[in-house]
Design a protein around this ligand. Structure first.
Ligand code: NAP
Length: 268
């Protein structure tokens, strides 16, 4: 980690987030840090103020910049944004004394190929492939070029271990301990009848697996791709190839912030 005393503050537009950002900026400047007005890609740290949604949007807006990131929670759940605004002084002390660790996470990346070109999408939580017009979609799903099923239903959600507690969990997927770096494929309202056969539970794949999804040709114009909540519409998708990215999101965490304590705290 390089230290140049430049820090980016990114915040949501609620009054609480703006007030927290102003407070933090004052504290940082007193400590001799320079808080950049515009996002500085050479900064030593990004501090994101908001909820998990703001945290994800910050990553996407700045193209998953290779800078450690930490979140201050002024939102609701705060799974990524684990520092509370009233802990800012303690956080700064710990940061200066280097009492933290860096947690590295790989997003899932998709190459979406249409009849004319290929486009990339990235998701730290997940990438969802679903029908556009409330109709059943049919997807051929292959793992490492072996066709494993023809899925029929609302769609599929491809989650990272990090994202397993998000949308994946709401649709019946498993919470994955982040020490396991896996890809989880969770069906959205799968049809499992005499007419169509789809897996009804999640499928877990190793980190090095490649997933290919080919929509049945009649439905290729009615597919929507959603990465971390952001919708992408493309005409005539013929193949979506997904794998874990080699990119590392470097999340700064304070010592003692354990995954399972957070799950118990936020979910039970
Ligand atoms: P959003 O309103 O920003 O987020 C929806 C909820 O998901 C919020 O409570 C958010 O926490 C929480 N969340 C996000 N990432 C999480 C994680 N890794 N672990 C646990 N909870 C997490 O919704 P959005 O802008 O549409 O999409 C952002 C993310 O929200 C997506 O990546 C997706 O995983 C999740 N989402 C969930 C559902 C669902 O559960 N039915 C539906 C759509 C999207 P904060 O309150 O702190 O922001």
């Amino acid at each position: 980690m390089e230290f140049n005393k430049i820090i980016n503050i990114v915040h949501s537009d609620t009054k609480f987030s703006i007030d927290t950002a102003n407070y933090l900026r004052g504290k940082l400047e007193k400590l001799g840090y320079y808080v950049s007005e515009v996002f500085d890609f050479t900064a030593e740290l990004v501090i994101c103020i908001g909820g998990d949604g703001s945290f994800l949007r910050a990553l996407h807006t700045y193209d998953f910049a290779d800078i450690p990131i930490v979140g201050i929670n002024t939102g609701h759940l705060g799974f990524f944004t684990e520092i509370n605004p009233d802990e800012i002084d303690e956080f700064l002390n710990r940061y200066i004394n280097k009492e933290y660790f860096i947690d590295e996470m790989n997003p899932i990346e998709a190459v979406i190929c249409t009849r004319t070109n290929c486009i990339n999408a990235m998701g730290l939580n997940e990438i969802v492939i679903k029908g556009d017009k409330s109709r059943t979609i049919h997807l051929d799903i292959s793992v490492d070029d072996h066709l494993i099923q023809r899925f029929s239903g609302d769609g599929i959600l491809i989650s990272t271990s990090t994202g397993s507690t998000a949308y994946n969990y709401s649709v019946g997927g498993s919470i994955v301990d982040p020490r396991l770096n896996v890809i989880q494929v969770t069906p959205l309202a799968p049809i499992n009848t005499n007419a169509y056969r789809s897996f009804t539970s999640s499928v877990i794949l190793p980190s090095y697996a490649t997933l290919k999804v080919n929509p049945e040709y009649r439905f290729e114009d009615s597919i929507v791709i959603v990465s971390d909540g952001a919708e992408h519409r493309h005409d005539s998708i013929i193949e979506i190839s997904l794998r874990l990215s080699e990119l590392n999101i470097r999340m700064l965490r304070l010592k003692g912030s354990e995954f399972w304590s957070k799950v118990i705290d936020k979910f039970l």
